[in-house]
Design a protein around this ligand. Sequence first.
Ligand SMILES: C[S@@+](CC[C@H](N)C(=O)[O-])C[C@H]1O[C@@H](n2cnc3c(N)ncnc32)[C@H](O)[C@@H]1O
Length: 144
Amino acid sequence: MKKTDLTVQLLLSEIKNKQILEAACGRAEFTSSASVYAQSVSCIDLDSSKLSCTKRDNIHFEVMDAARMRFPDETFDTVFLYNALSHVHSQWEMIHEECRRVLKPCGSIYIIATWKMDITLMKALFGGQAERYGEFYIWRERYG
Ligand SMILES: C[S@@+](CC[C@H](N)C(=O)[O-])C[C@H]1O[C@@H](n2cnc3c(N)ncnc32)[C@H](O)[C@@H]1O
């Protein structure tokens, strides 16, 4: 099973029948895996050239800066960053604020890391709040 499929199984209750966002999606492999269960998946990145995800009607890709999203307030049930922290950490405060803005009340933000560089950074930023699940490290923030 692919790592992104395993992650989706681990977090299925936050994905199944939900409107979700993957920020800094790159190739959007996490989006592809999540789209099997989600009601809809929006995925954004500054760069569209790497995008190679499965084409499903419930996947909506846009070139968009995660630090300045064009989505209205309270759009998504869950927001994910998958193996992207090391690429966005210099903008993390702005991205965090934007993730909170676009989350519905009672929504959750997840940062997931499987790469060593991302895991090291997650531990530095979030300390003991980053939990280990096998080869994944997951930081979660829930509102409401
Ligand atoms: C490691 S890559 C891809 C991560 C992807 N989730 C994956 O698993 O392959 C990180 C991505 O972050 C994107 N990125 C960096 N800063 C960004 C920002 N401010 N807004 C949106 N995407 C950003 C880069 O373009 C790059 O595609």
